[in-house]
Design a protein around this ligand. Structure first.
Ligand SMILES: [Zn+2]
Length: 96
């Protein structure tokens, strides 16, 4: 089971590495923003300093009509492919 996915960057700070940037930008898994808690837990488990949340947030939704995956921009929950309304809640589970 994939708990989250995205991109992560590290920087060297004094004698250690820290997480500088982390996002949920994965067009394969399209994780919800709520998956941050899993990312935070995983980084905390290995004692890696991290931001308090995703530094770049991507909102993914699957269109209920045409089934295409959308990236929601500026809270505009409309499918860019067919114009249908997109749901407020995350509905993109590639394993479903
Ligand atoms: Zn659509």
């Amino acid at each position: 089971m994939v708990l989250s996915a995205g991109e992560i960057s590290f920087v060297r700070e004094a004698d250690r590495w820290i997480v500088s940037e982390v996002s949920n930008q994965s067009t394969g898994y399209c994780p919800d923003l709520s998956s941050w808690s899993e990312v935070a837990r995983a980084l905390d488990d290995i004692a890696l300093a991290r931001p308090s949340g995703f530094t770049h947030e991507v909102v993914f939704r699957r269109c209920p009509d045409c089934q295409e995956h959308n990236i929601v921009r500026e809270d505009d929950f409309v499918c860019v492919f067919c114009g249908s309304d997109l749901p407020a809640d995350w509905n993109v589970d590639p394993t479903a």
